[in-house]
Design a protein around this ligand. Structure first.
Ligand code: PRP
Length: 217
């Protein structure tokens, strides 16, 4: 029997996902070794392979079939725009994609001014401003600490993830508009969905019923 390969976005989400798998009998002891630099792990009993990759690469591995299944945030799925099936919301890592900035910038958004928008998510920002708001803006791609941009005068607003809101608060910025809610999703390669339907569905319904159980407790 061939292996079903599962790509996990490394970090907290991978750990939480493995806890979900473990609760219905799929474990991977090797993965828990904190000193290990290993990237790929096997569960022989279920004929599964798990690998850890950078979140933004998970949709790529899944689209090309290098992974049958992927677990990754909705933010990454929207930004990467890959062809795959999104089959389950794990409701882990819940947060929001927002437009944020100093309170004064709210007026600029309302008037549809030509403003600069700094973000790690240029595709999401472009879709929001161009297709939903029909506002022409200049999008500036950054790679982190995006909150700096309006403070140092690089942009009027930012498009970024807000979880607790404390990064914004501590930097004197507010949520100005909400783009969409985010959480971790299970995605499946389009061919695997047909060719490995039974095994893929078994894994998905295992995750699903574990989530249900958790909700009831
Ligand atoms: C994310 C996001 C915000 C922060 C939001 O950053 O880009 O900066 O978390 O969380 P909060 O609302 O709970 O404060 P991340 O930690 O991923 O780092 P980076 O964007 O600076 O790389």
């Amino acid at each position: 029997m061939r292996y079903i390969t599962i790509a996990l976005a490394k970090g907290r989400l991978a750990k939480q996902t493995m806890e979900l798998f473990e609760s219905f009998g799929i474990s991977c002891e090797e993965m828990k070794d904190p000193g290990s630099r290993k990237l790929i792990f096997t569960n022989e009993e279920w004929r599964l392979k798990f690998f850890l990759s950078k979140a933004s690469d998970v949709p790529t591995f899944v689209e090309y079939g290098a992974a049958d299944i992927g677990i990754v945030g909705k933010d990454t799925l929207l930004e990467e725009g890959r062809k795959l099936y999104e089959v389950l919301d794990l409701e882990l890592g819940k947060c929001r994609m927002c437009v944020a900035g100093p309170a004064l910038a709210k007026k600029l958004l309302e008037h549809g001014d030509l403003i600069r928008v700094a973000t790690k998510y240029p595709a999401i920002a472009k879709d929001y401003f161009y297709n939903k708001k029909h506002q022409t803006v200049e999008i500036i791609k950054l790679n982190g600490s995006v909150e700096l941009a309006p403070i140092v005068g690089l942009s009027e607003v930012i498009v970024d993830i807000v979880e607790t809101g404390s990064t914004l608060r501590e930097n004197g910025l507010d949520v100005l508009e909400e783009i969409c809610p985010l959480s971790a999703r299970v995605v499946v390669n389009q061919v695997s969905m047909k060719m490995e339907q039974e095994r893929v569905n078994k894994l998905i319904s295992g995750l699903q019923s574990e989530l249900q159980k958790r909700k009831q407790n």
